[in-house]
Design a binder for this molecule. Structure first.
Ligand code: BTN
Length: 237
């Protein structure tokens, strides 16, 4: 798989020497965080064919069966304070919309904050984790983990997963080349990285343009409390 992914990357892609593909990991985010603490370089990408402990936001698990999904994490080490990367997940989501569009000619929407959706069903989730240096408070690293339902048969999953998830294959009606998609994803992440952190406001504007949550009634879940609201826009905070 590694050679095939590399074959889709242009000669100028600079991180070819730090892309690693594993048949199985517990979680690409977990492994990359260990490697990051051991000094792995900026731009390191881990991809697993299967995750035994794939993680989502808020302690949820992320189903990661073999042969049908892309489970990828990238290590970024921009020189900035962690607060400057508050919108990194949003920017990564917008970048992944571009990657999917490039690979399968269909642009997903984004459901706040980090789900790529087709119709109302989730096709991709993103989990960003930041580590700060104890003494300076500056960012030590960011790990952005992305899981895509590529050729998954979500219709065969038990409810409720069947109703809330969709794969790209189901959306476009034909099998999707995971290597081409993985290459499109790392290219977009590299483009995003080059612009960090200055271009985050532009990425946030792009995010708002495809965010399907805007204009909807929503529930705000915070500290065990649920409030009803109407989503009208996204500001810098
Ligand atoms: C979510 O839906 O809440 C986020 C899901 C993120 C899943 C990806 S798969 C690759 C990386 N490794 C993980 O354990 N999680 C992320």
């Amino acid at each position: 798989m590694k050679e095939q992914i590399l074959s889709f990357l242009p000669p100028e892609y600079p991180w070819k020497d730090r892309l690693f593909v594993f048949p199985e990991l517990d979680s690409t985010n977990n492994r990359l965080k260990v490697l990051a603490s051991q000094g792995a370089p900026h731009g390191t990408v881990l991809i697993a064919d299967r995750q035994t402990g794939g993680r989502g936001r808020m302690g949820r698990s992320f189903l990661s069966p073999p042969g049908v999904g892309i489970y990828m994490s990238i290590l970024l080490r921009p020189e900035c304070a962690p607060q400057e990367l508050m919108h990194l997940t949003c920017a990564a989501a917008a970048a992944m919309c571009h990657a999917v569009e490039r690979a399968v000619h269909l642009r997903p929407g984004i459901k706040w904050t980090n789900d790529l959706v087709i119709g109302k069903r989730k096709v991709c989730g993103i989990l960003t984790e930041l580590a700060a240096e104890a003494d300076s408070g500056m960012l030590e690293y960011a790990v952005v983990g992305i899981g895509v339902n590529c050729n998954t048969d979500t219709a065969a999953r038990p409810e409720p997963a069947r109703d809330v998830a969709i794969s790209l294959r189901e959306a476009v009606g034909t099998a999707v080349d995971p290597n081409a998609l993985a290459a499109a994803m790392v290219r977009r992440l590299h483009e995003l990285d080059v612009q960090l952190p200055e271009a985050l406001p532009q990425w946030l504007a792009e995010y708002a343009g495809v965010c399907v949550t805007l204009g909807q009634d929503v529930q705000i879940l915070r500290a065990g409390e649920t409030r009803l609201a109407h989503a009208i826009g996204i500001d810098e905070a």
